[in-house]
Design a protein around this ligand. Structure first.
Ligand SMILES: Nc1nc2c(ncn2[C@@H]2O[C@H](COP(=O)(O)OP(=O)(O)OP(=O)(O)O)[C@@H](O)[C@H]2O)c(=O)[nH]1
Ligand SMILES: [Mg+2]
Length: 265
């Protein structure tokens, strides 16, 4: 079990709760490589009974065939905010989910009711990138490091949906496997788990589920245990730790291939 709780996450939860009365729908952004690890039921308490649309983001990095076989939270869309995959389905799906509310609003005379959506999820899943893609402008600040967005911000889209960007929220206790999967996909800072441990976990995982990925390195692998030494030699690296860093970076950036870390559970 990993204990981790930056103070600003408690603040975010509190601020989300304060804004909740304005919200019509929650866009729960998840990582399509770890659809379960990037989700936690406790977080549902924060958004009470608001309708939720689950957005499995970064699908270009995810093993699609594996992903769609998993028991995903409904209703959902599989999207990629950078590659702009399925982004235009979000508005349609939102109007679908909120059909009842929109009908009521129309009957009350609000013909152009502005839907207000809260965008939430764990750090680094692409909440701000999604907002920028939806608004077709760089209105929300993004960064490859988790914990980038620090405060709530309202942002208007072209489709007349008002979005509330929020900082990433993570639960205080993480199961070991969950923490590995989140670290491998970049949601938690690697410093939290020792790089060597994470690299070996990642290597064992790849050997088991995606052994063909290792062809990328063009190394004749004799023994799994020797992979990092072989990579070090092949690349002429001074330190073995540089081989860990390279492997973890390539895996995270999808250079080795599209992957789903979470298996059936
Ligand atoms: N391949 C891929 N990368 C993405 C996608 N969405 C975001 N990213 C990348 O993931 C990193 C984090 O994106 P952000 O949009 O800043 O993530 P965030 O959820 O707002 O992160 P915090 O504000 O730190 O909670 C950036 O390097 C993005 O370019 C996606 O759909 N596909
Ligand atoms: Mg952000």
């Amino acid at each position: 079990m990993i204990q981790w709780y930056p103070g600003h996450m408690a603040k975010t939860k509190r601020e989300i709760k304060e804004n909740l009365k304005l919200i019509d729908i929650v866009y729960f952004v998840l990582d399509a490589r770890c659809p379960f690890s990037s989700f936690n039921e406790d977080i549902l308490a924060v958004v009470e009974n608001k309708p939720i649309l689950y957005l499995y983001n970064k699908s270009s990095l995810s093993d699609y065939h594996k992903l769609v076989k998993l028991n995903l939270n409904e209703p959902y869309l599989i999207i990629d905010s950078l590659k702009k995959i399925n982004i235009n389905k979000i508005t349609f799906k939102t109007r679908d989910i909120l059909a009842e509310l929109l009908k009521t609003k129309t009957n009350q005379g609000y013909s152009n009711y502005q839907i207000k959506a809260l965008v939430m999820g764990i750090p680094n899943v692409g909440k701000s990138t999604l907002i920028n893609t939806l608004t077709r402008a760089k209105k929300a600040s993004t960064n490859p490091l988790p914990g980038h967005t620090r405060r709530l911000a309202w942002i208007r889209t072209k489709d007349d949906i008002l979005l509330l960007d929020t900082p990433g929220v993570l639960w205080p206790k993480l199961e070991e496997k969950v923490s590995y999967h989140l670290a491998l996909s970049g949601a938690i800072k690697e410093e939290i788990i020792k790089e060597e441990k994470l690299a070996y976990y990642g290597l064992r995982f790849i050997f088991k589920y995606y052994p063909h990925f290792l062809k990328y390195y063009d190394i004749e692998i004799t023994k799994k245990e020797d992979f990092f030494e072989q990579l070090q030699e092949k690349r002429g690296l001074k330190l073995l730790s540089e081989a860990y860093t390279i492997f973890l970076r390539d895996l995270k950036e999808g250079k080795l291939g599209a992957v789903v870390f979470d298996r059936d559970n």
